[in-house]
Design a protein around this ligand. Sequence first.
Ligand SMILES: [Ca+2]
Length: 375
Amino acid sequence: MTINISCGKRLGFLSFICIATVAIFVLTALEADAVQPKKVIYETDMCLDVDDVGGLAMLHALADRGEVELLAVTFNEVHKSGAAAIDAINTWYKRGNIPVGVYKKPLGRPDSSRYLDSVAKFPHDLTQKTAPTALEVYKRVLARQPDHSVTIISVGFLNNLHDLLKDSPKLVARKVAELVVMGGLVNDNFNLVRHSLVNQSEYVIRNWPGKLTISQFGHKTHTGAALKGTPKTNPVRDAYFRWFKQSFKGRSSWDQVAVLYGVRGLNLYFKENTRGKGRLSNGFEWPLKTGFRSCLDVKISNREMEKIIEELMIAPPGGQRRPEPRAKPHLRAGSNFLSVIDRILKRKNKTHSNQALQRIRLRRPAELRRYASAG
Ligand SMILES: [Ca+2]
């Protein structure tokens, strides 16, 4: 009897040591992940529609959470208040020094804006005239980054990227890990064709040297109404207020969906579609291919997507952490191993424990199964 109790205690103690050791090992890996924010350049046509503003707000909130290093913002429209408005938003989020580059060539039938002039009245120190060209910013910023480390999230036209790819194809191939393009996969009727730029879009899609992912969802994902509750000094709030003609409503979120993927990857939200082909209105077609050209399918409901996006859009500057709504399907945390990790993460005030756990599960499925069954 005495021997059995002793054995039981010893086995229990050994199990505890085993679980604790693995937990420490995994947490060390998590810490390593946590200190490596994703390097992002945001390529935007912030002008006619307002979801570009929501996307930039998200990027700042994600930067405040340590998930993003926003390297630069590049503007592919030609509105005179564009650079100032982008700089004003960056300034509101205490990142007024982020490089902003603009398109300085003529653009066919430029778009008007309901909100850029108003947002440009918020504090900033950059104008369309004093801003460098987007090409200059790309070349300077990319050159300083580690190889294959930069994600470009394009939520507007591809004119700047066309010029970059023509000018510096080797730089693009060496520095960029992925290009995310918000646009329709088949016969897109806005971002990939507007301003008679369809041939520039074809050049980018045809010649981009690495992974290019199309994000086309967001039409029924309505966000922005909750900005009403943020301070009147918030230029993001002002942009949505002006766009809806002095009211607060939810607007489609194409650009924010692209940002969410660009920063967090497939995660629990998306799956990669590599079947079929894309097509532009000029007849150019391209096959989807794993690791090269793909398109996103969304795995969560519009309501869940809205919660994730809007929570980030209304987050105050400065990184005040709030718990985020969780995306379904939830990760089951019933095993000893998962419970131990989850409890430690919560003690360490980690707000993304569900995602972190998912990353561990994807990375070490066999290890997790073994410890889960032991529990
Ligand atoms: Ca856009």
